[in-house]
Write a protein that binds this ligand. Sequence first.
Ligand code: SDX
Length: 428
Amino acid sequence: MSKDTVTITDNRTGKTYELPITNDTINAIDLRQIKVNPDDFGMLSYDPAFKNTASTESTITYIDGDKGILRYRGYPIEQLAEDSNYLEVAYLILNGELPTETAYAEWEYEILHHTFVHENIKRFMQHFRYDAHPMGMFIATVAAMSTFYPECRNIADPHNREIQIMRLIAKVPTVAAFSYRHIRGLPYVYPDNDLSYAGNFLNMLDKMTEVNYKPNPVLERALDVLFILHADHEQNCGTAAMRVIGSSQADPYTAMAGAAAALFGPLHGGANEKVLRMLLEIGDVKNVPAFMEGVKNRERLLMGFGHRVYKNYDPRAKIIKRIADEVFEVKGRNPLLDVALELERIALEDDFFVERNLYPNVDFYSGIIYQAMGFPISMFPVLFAIPRTVGWLAQWQEMLADPAQKIARPRQVYLGYDERDFVPMANR
Ligand code: SDX
């Protein structure tokens, strides 16, 4: 009768150890039994960048990298992108179930009526350099928001956590739009609570002298679907940062500023900005073969390709490609799309990329759409951070509710000097 255990023989001592298997994992702490001498610390697992380490149990997002599957609370991303909207998906990710009509109406009203930020936050943002990177403004302002809601540090109070979560989801589009207006040298536009979540964001970005801004419905829906696609992605780098910072019981604004800082990295959410700069550098389809040779010679990365988990097509990239056509209908075709399609065509055929399972990820086509919608490239990571706010906060909530979680504190393998005596300067 097979047992849910694994037996390890330590050939240094001939001892065997039987470790229980739960959810196809062993608990790393069980390795500590494995010792040569009784007073040894015991064995550790070594996993730089956590390539094969589960840091938590979760019920929020499921990814199957080999099959290109992404589900939020069990619902396939393709169905949510087709039939839902971002605020409904945000409710699902936070609460675990799709809302009833009444619950959705209440949720939507709460979010759409907490979009204003304190006037001092606006003045705080107005003191950034005229050409500050909007993601730097976003990160700093989210952290600063913790000083406007000092009660946010009472993270043990569930109702208090819910209020801060609702504030963050409601206000990040306002902060993002203010950062955009800042770098454009335009007056900041206040929220219009009669518009949808995505529609109001477009209003705060683009409104000029018209009395009532009317968002283009195609762009409004395209943005809303892009928000759905970026809402959560299980234990990615930014979410891991949110969980690690949150594990010290920091407040959600401070933890989220850290998560957004991780997202800003060019290997993570900053990749969409790098993709556009890469496409602009290539400039024309005829330059693609030479560029790809450079990638194969390890001179640079093919930004927007590859993924730690997806070893198949990122399902989000497929949906984004469809949205691109709808946006180009309205805004005109982005000529960089031809360069992107040629890069993809070669990458899907060439052994260098096929052998490494390098497929387009969520960042490859999103930048082309954002540029076609008129966003400056520097805004792309901010457009990722807005929808990912709900994912970070849902994962933060799950971490706080998980009795197995403690303050995150990894171990290390020390390979440095053994003890040695201090050497006075004169003798060095
Ligand atoms: C996101 O985790 C998430 O879920 C993130 C995200 C989310 O929703 O939160 O999905 C969002 O961050 C998407 C990823 C965006 N980043 C990029 O597009 C940057 C370019 N991609 C690479 O930097 C890379 O693919 C990563 C960082 C995304 C994944 O890197 P891994 O898993 O650590 O893979 P690796 O570096 O070990 O690469 C394996 C091999 C290596 O070659 P060998 O040394 O084994 O011969 O593939 C090569 C790498 O050199 N490789 C690439 C490449 N990505 C990997 N070579 C060229 N171009 C690339 N893009």
